[in-house]
Write a protein that binds this ligand. Structure first.
Ligand SMILES: [Mg+2]
Length: 282
């Protein structure tokens, strides 16, 4: 295989773009009344997934998950995905079949949310490395940020938690993002565990949080996993009391040392997924 023949296997689309794949860069023309959001996420073999041996996932699943991570970040901002740039570095063991499967998984999910592949890069490395950059758009000034939670706000999570072991194909909650846009005061996605991500939201907002109930737990998962495992990709968000919101009510934003979280009256340690641990997620 060579670069040109691999590139020819990736279906090209120009939907939403002035210029798509094929030139030195793509062109997207933003509307006057929108803000653009940008996010990028690395997905690395033996760090974020295994492609061979015990715990291996298929090429299609790998592509799906690489895209889901970045789409979830767009959702966390309340943005509608517009286009993505995908850089993929192939390992010596990969085949054309694996390549096709990877893009099938990746583009299948991107298409579902109207996210056009605008370009990217191909290379080779000892292990598979993929970087997905997603650009989204949101009505001007309306993006959901982490720093907007206010004392007295109610805290919600969009669905059950339990971590990557119990959720092989996480769904980016773009559906929830649409519903809470314009109503939520703060939002983020749960990528590194509820405790750590809520801690980050509270730090950014300069507030503390009180969890009055345990979060809903995925079937087969433990409460410990629901609190501290990563890659759930549900949304965590706050809204003033009295505003009708979708999802599960977890507790209240309160005054206190920024970042402090309590669960049923006891301090909750903000530990979660550590990117610098050596174990691979499978
Ligand atoms: Mg995030």
């Amino acid at each position: 295989m060579n670069e040109a023949s691999l590139l020819a296997r990736v279906p090209a689309s120009r939907r939403g773009l002035v210029l798509g794949i094929g030139d030195d860069a793509a062109i997207y023309r933003p509307k006057a009344d929108e803000d653009l959001t940008f996010t990028t996420d690395l997905f690395i073999e033996n760090v974020h997934f295994r492609a061979r041996g015990p715990g291996a996932i298929s090429a299609e699943q790998a592509g799906y998950r690489a895209m889901a991570r970045s789409l979830s970040d767009a959702a966390a901002m309340g943005a509608r995905p517009r286009f993505c740039l995908v850089s993929l570095s192939l390992a010596p063991w990969t085949t054309v079949r694996w390549f096709d499967g990877f893009y099938r998984g990746l583009l299948g999910l991107a298409d579902r949310y109207g996210c056009t592949l605008a370009g990217g890069d191909l290379s080779h490395t000892p292990q598979v490395v993929c970087d997905v950059m997603v650009c989204g758009s949101v009505p001007k000034g309306k993006a959901l940020r982490r720093d907007g939670a206010r004392v007295g706000d109610v805290l919600y999570v969009s669905g059950s938690l339990g971590g990557w072991r119990h959720r092989p194909m996480p769904v980016p909650r773009l559906d929830v993002a649409r519903k809470i846009l314009g109503r939520a005061t703060a939002a983020m996605d749960v990528s590194d565990g509820l405790a750590l991500d809520l801690h980050r939201m509270c730090l950014a907002s300069g507030v503390a949080a009180r969890l009055d109930v345990t979060p809903p737990v995925l079937r087969g998962a433990t409460l410990e996993e629901a609190l501290h495992a990563g890659e759930d990709y549900e949304l965590l968000y706050t809204a003033p009391k009295g505003v009708r919101m979708p999802g599960h009510r977890l507790g209240t934003i309160e005054k206190g040392p920024p970042g402090r979280i309590t669960l049923l009256g006891k301090p909750l340690s903000p530990h979660g997924y550590d990117h610098f641990e050596s174990r691979a997620r499978s």
